[in-house]
Design a protein around this ligand. Structure first.
Ligand SMILES: *Cc1c(COP(=O)(O)O)cnc(C)c1O
Length: 383
């Protein structure tokens, strides 16, 4: 693709210096003995898993988590070094690829853990046991101690560790804090039980972003698994945060002004005629739409964008490839001017856009579409 197309229409700007700063901010609040396992699933939450992982490799991060086998293979094909954990299910017939690409598979439940013992492979499959401590999505039950011990003893596979996952670590409700503490107690007790019975449990971990911010590991975990905070944003504006850390948003979303016109009072804008001008107004079309992952749900909610350092409001329905903004009060606007939909100067946070879309930043960012180009900026020179 000709490089002049990168900023032709709509693109994501990924600030690698901010990614680096977030890594350091997270390292500051975890124990020195605990390492970061960077969660780069879903194309690194829309930031581009190859570039992001390469940069993290250069920063010394040697552990990654992905959701799928294919995501893991993509990283290996692009020479990402270190451990790569697949968090999700891989069908037994494709486990040979897990071995071939030197990935680590999660044993997603008891049945799966038993089944993988009988899959013939060239080398021993590296496996993490997922422990269900209350989320009830994946995992072997925390109280199935005898089974867990049995699996650790198996020679057919190489159990490298076990991990669990919080389900309400972002909530400040007393009941939910109690539940998170209960999950942690269940996991820690299991680890302790195995250790006192002489088992080498390998690596253990349980904290994703809000686990890191709200629940201490006290040096007892080998890893933390940050996703969303690595990218410098909170899941939503109301999330519970006990340990404030200085996060810097990594991603900006940009597009261009393609057409400017005046409309009279009473005229309507876009599909469905949902917006009607109350006076003469200057409006502009912008080259981004819901096919790029900017949610249609945001239509007619007073959402703002930034043009020439000034806020402008999105009016009418967001279309597949375009949207319209009110630029009546914006000085010196012209075709080709850059419009910021998420980003700074002045700020439009991913959190507020996600809130208007009735969602969380995790979903908003990872759904930013394949049609968007990615532009990587502020790579530190020595890296
Ligand atoms: C997605 C995921 C993470 C990262 O979650 P964030 O909330 O984005 O930090 C960590 N662990 C598991 C098992 C996950 O599925």
């Amino acid at each position: 693709m000709p490089s002049s197309l990168a900023k032709e229409r709509a693109w994501i700007e990924v600030n690698l210096a901010h990614l680096e700063d977030n890594v350091h901010a997270i390292q500051k609040v975890i124990s020195p003995s605990t390492k970061i396992m960077a969660v780069v699933k879903a194309d690194a939450y829309g930031h581009g898993s190859i570039e992001v992982s390469k940069y993290l490799n250069r920063l010394g991060i040697e552990d990654f988590a992905v959701a799928t086998l294919e995501e893991g293979i993509l990283l290996r094909e692009n020479h990402i070094k270190g451990n790569i954990l697949i968090l999700g299910y891989t069908s037994p017939q494709n486990l040979r690829l897990v071995v071939e690409y030197d990935l680590i598979q999660t044993a997603v439940d008891k049945e799966y853990a038993t089944r993988i013992l009988h899959v013939p492979l060239k080398r021993k499959l590296k496996v993490y046991l997922k422990i269900n401590t209350g989320m009830n999505r994946l995992g072997i039950s925390y109280d199935d101690v005898d089974f867990i011990k049995e699996i650790y003893k198996k020679q057919e596979i190489d159990v490298v560790g076990m991990y669990s996952h919080f389900c309400v670590a972002d909530s400040k409700e007393k009941e939910n804090i109690e539940f998170s503490n209960l999950q942690q107690t269940r996991f820690n007790t299991l680890v302790k039980t195995l250790k006192t019975s002489g088992y080498n449990v390998g690596k253990v971990h349980m904290q994703s972003s809000y686990g890191i911010l709200n629940y201490n590991e006290n040096g007892s975990y080998d890893y933390v698994r940050p996703g969303i905070i690595l990218y410098g944003v909170h899941s939503d504006t109301n999330a519970y945060v006990k340990r404030q850390i200085d996060l810097k948003p990594v991603l900006s979303l940009k597009a261009k002004i393609t057409s400017i016109k005046e409309i009279e009072a009473g005229e309507t804008v876009s599909y469905g005629r949902t917006y009607q001008a109350s006076k003469q107004e200057k409006i502009a079309s912008v080259s981004i739409g819901y096919a790029d992952g900017y949610p249609r749900e945001i239509s007619n909610k007073g959402a703002k964008v930034v043009v020439n350092n000034q806020y402008a409001e999105i009016i009418g329905r967001i279309c597949m490839d375009q949207l319209v903004i009110n630029v009546t009060n914006i000085s010196e606007i012209k075709v080709g001017d850059i419009v910021t939909l998420i980003g700074n100067t002045p700020f439009i946070t991913a959190e507020e856009v996600a809130e208007k879309a009735g969602s969380i930043t995790n979903e908003l960012l990872c759904r930013l579409g394949t049609r968007l180009h990615k532009v990587y900026i502020n790579k530190r020179e020595e890296l």
